[in-house]
Design a binder for this molecule. Structure first.
Ligand SMILES: NC(=O)c1ccc[n+]([C@@H]2O[C@H](COP(=O)([O-])OP(=O)(O)OC[C@H]3O[C@@H](n4cnc5c(N)ncnc54)[C@H](OP(=O)(O)O)[C@@H]3O)[C@@H](O)[C@H]2O)c1
Length: 159
């Protein structure tokens, strides 16, 4: 099971200058609860933004980092160079794709489930979520807290 997690501004911005252009503690708590104990997969730039912010990997989660750099390594991190090969061999266990834009774009067609925090506000930024056709998904839950809507979508299975 492949799940994608993203916080998305109304104008599709997801990042600015290597970081996120907002701070929503409720969303960070949601992300932590969702991913705790699971595998998380991210691009090298998102991984570096996590390390810049926390000085360490996120506790309690197995990190997979995608890079073309064959010399890249980091303690306790699994380094990947081929996303398609990895995602095609995922079993039933839920893995969370946590960004950024390049990885979302490459992984979107594989995603069974989307956890999207829709932020009801526009932000300036330099990284955008790729084009998304929600017609292939149905909304299975939605919870609104102030300007955030925590939505879960599941891919509509073809008969
Ligand atoms: N709002 C949110 O929920 C959210 C979530 C995550 C991230 N973000 C934001 O998104 C931004 C980062 O996104 P980004 O798109 O710039 O970078 P990214 O997707 O995090 O990482 C891009 C890097 O991944 C590697 N990569 C990409 N495709 C690959 C492939 N096919 N094979 C092997 N390696 C591949 C490359 O690493 P190498 O250059 O090392 O080869 C590439 O430079 C930041 O601003 C971050 O804060 C936002």
């Amino acid at each position: 099971m492949i799940s994608l997690v993203v916080a998305l501004a109304r104008n599709n911005v997801i990042g600015k200058e290597g970081s996120m252009p907002w701070y929503y503690p409720e969303d960070l708590k949601y992300f932590k609860k969702l991913t705790m104990g699971h595998k998380i997969l991210m691009g090298r730039k998102t991984f570096e933004s996590i390390i810049r912010r926390n000085n360490k990997i996120l506790p309690g989660r197995k990190h997979y980092v995608l890079t073309r750099d064959l010399n890249f390594s980091f303690p306790e991190v699994e380094v990947l160079h081929n996303l398609d090969l990895f995602l095609k061999n995922i079993g039933d266990e839920e893995i969370f794709i946590i960004g950024g834009a390049e990885i979302y774009k490459a992984a979107l067609t594989y995603a069974d489930r989307l956890y999207i925090t829709h932020i009801n506000k526009e932000y300036e930024g330099d990284v955008y979520f790729p084009e998304l056709d929600l017609n292939n998904f149905h909304l299975i839950s939605e919870q609104t807290v102030n300007e955030l809507a925590f939505c879960v979508y599941e891919r509509i299975k073809e008969c």
